[in-house]
Design a protein around this ligand. Sequence first.
Ligand SMILES: Cc1cc2nc3c(=O)[nH]c(=O)nc-3n(C[C@H](O)[C@H](O)[C@H](O)COP(=O)(O)O)c2cc1C
Length: 132
Amino acid sequence: MNHTICYISKAKEGLTDLEIQEIFTTTQTRNNAENIKGILLYGFGNFFQVLEGEKKIIEDLYLHKISEDKRHSDILTIINYHIKHPIFEAYSSEFNIVKTNNQLDTIKAYLNQNSLHHLSKNIQRMLNPFLL
Ligand SMILES: Cc1cc2nc3c(=O)[nH]c(=O)nc-3n(C[C@H](O)[C@H](O)[C@H](O)COP(=O)(O)O)c2cc1C
């Protein structure tokens, strides 16, 4: 649990609820099997994802699978670095999908710990809908 990657992306136009559900199911099953923690949210035509885990595992996943996935585009990496204190590991033993107030609090804690104030205004603005 020594690395985190966080990004926001634009869902492919016309992506159906069923297709989104498929992404959620694959993500949850595989990440739990690989001991990857974090969260995946879909809203307002965008995905927001946090991955926490072993550096090599999550970098491989991010670079070779997620970034190549045609079901989204305009992938913008917000955070990609070493962490001393994982947030999601402490919060839940599962990779999270469902959007609840509690999970949004965890996201706020994650972004605060990772110095959200250092991020550009543009990125903060893009994250706003997820944090309201
Ligand atoms: C927004 C988004 C997030 C995804 N997140 C993950 C993830 O965290 N873990 C994962 O295994 N696959 C994730 N996927 C799916 C992968 O891109 C890929 O389809 C899946 O890993 C199966 O790859 P494979 O059939 O080549 O083995 C995500 C896809 C999208 C569109």
